[in-house]
Design a protein around this ligand. Sequence first.
Ligand SMILES: NC(=O)c1ccc[n+]([C@@H]2O[C@H](COP(=O)([O-])OP(=O)(O)OC[C@H]3O[C@@H](n4cnc5c(N)ncnc54)[C@H](O)[C@@H]3O)[C@@H](O)[C@H]2O)c1
Length: 313
Amino acid sequence: MTKHVAVIGSGVMGHGIAQVYALAGFSVSLYDLQEELLQKARASIEKSLSLLEHEGVITEQDKSAALERIVLTTDLPQAVADADVITEAVPEVIELKWQLFAELEQYAKPEAIIASNTSTFSIARLIEKAQSPHRFIITHFFNPAQLVPLVEIVRHEKTAEEVVAATVGLMKRIGKAPVLLKKDMPGFIANRLQAALMREAFHLLAEGVADAEEIDTVMKEGIGFRWAFVGPIETADFGGLDTWKRVMDNLAPELDQSTTAPAIIAERVEKGELGTKTGTGIYSYEHISVAEKLHARDEQFIRLAKLKKSGGN
Ligand SMILES: NC(=O)c1ccc[n+]([C@@H]2O[C@H](COP(=O)([O-])OP(=O)(O)OC[C@H]3O[C@@H](n4cnc5c(N)ncnc54)[C@H](O)[C@@H]3O)[C@@H](O)[C@H]2O)c1
């Protein structure tokens, strides 16, 4: 039975994953390279827990107990020594992950599960150099990991059945909605669906069909409004497959077929306009508080999660 979890990397994803485990009652070691990064992660966790408390999802005691369960450390052997499950959320660089896995195999208990939060590497690639491939698995959390219910789980044929079953059970125990893929596929399910939609959104923008705000409104007020409760395949059934056959036959040839990132994104990247992190992306963030925007986003996500919980899926 899992009691102790180690999370390696305390950045955008790692701190949220640590928060989820701690709130679910597990003792968590959160590791990063520098103390300063860990302090920043702890402050983010505290802020997020405060918001959950403010929204009535957890109590003040839940918040302080969760914080007490998280131990910050820059000592890798110490972080993983007692861990039953180790989740890595270090940058998406394969050599970095391989190097880390070699260290984890050296320092962790032989029975500890090693889970990766990779968004793009296949499990086959991740375990290429592993000495104990049977204990490797992907648990792909969605940003913000502490709020979005989905976790995609990807196994390899060498992953032990007990590891797969334990991981699915663990994700349910921490309140997540796990989906176990039947195949190892680049981008898994969620990022493939998202990339297909992004490609078309930027195509519409480039074609001047609407401005960015209007395209985002179509998503938020139309498609996205439905999709929190009705998936695309259900949508096809509800609309009628005869109708959807005509829609797809007529529209599929019209859709963007590009095989590289949209030119608008590439041009902005070239100029160093990376979005909220630089103050300008497609929109400008120079005169608004990104922190306030993220706070408002998280508040809405918490309310949506409550709504989904109260009404089922
Ligand atoms: N950001 C997202 O939206 C998102 C969503 C899903 C999955 N992911 C995946 O999660 C992983 C982490 O992404 P992120 O966005 O949290 O990155 P990030 O850059 O925000 O955080 C990575 C953290 O790992 C630390 N780190 C770097 N090298 C390390 C090492 N050798 N050992 C331990 N820690 C190290 C860094 O100091 C940093 O704090 C990546 O594999 C990424 O593809 C990201």
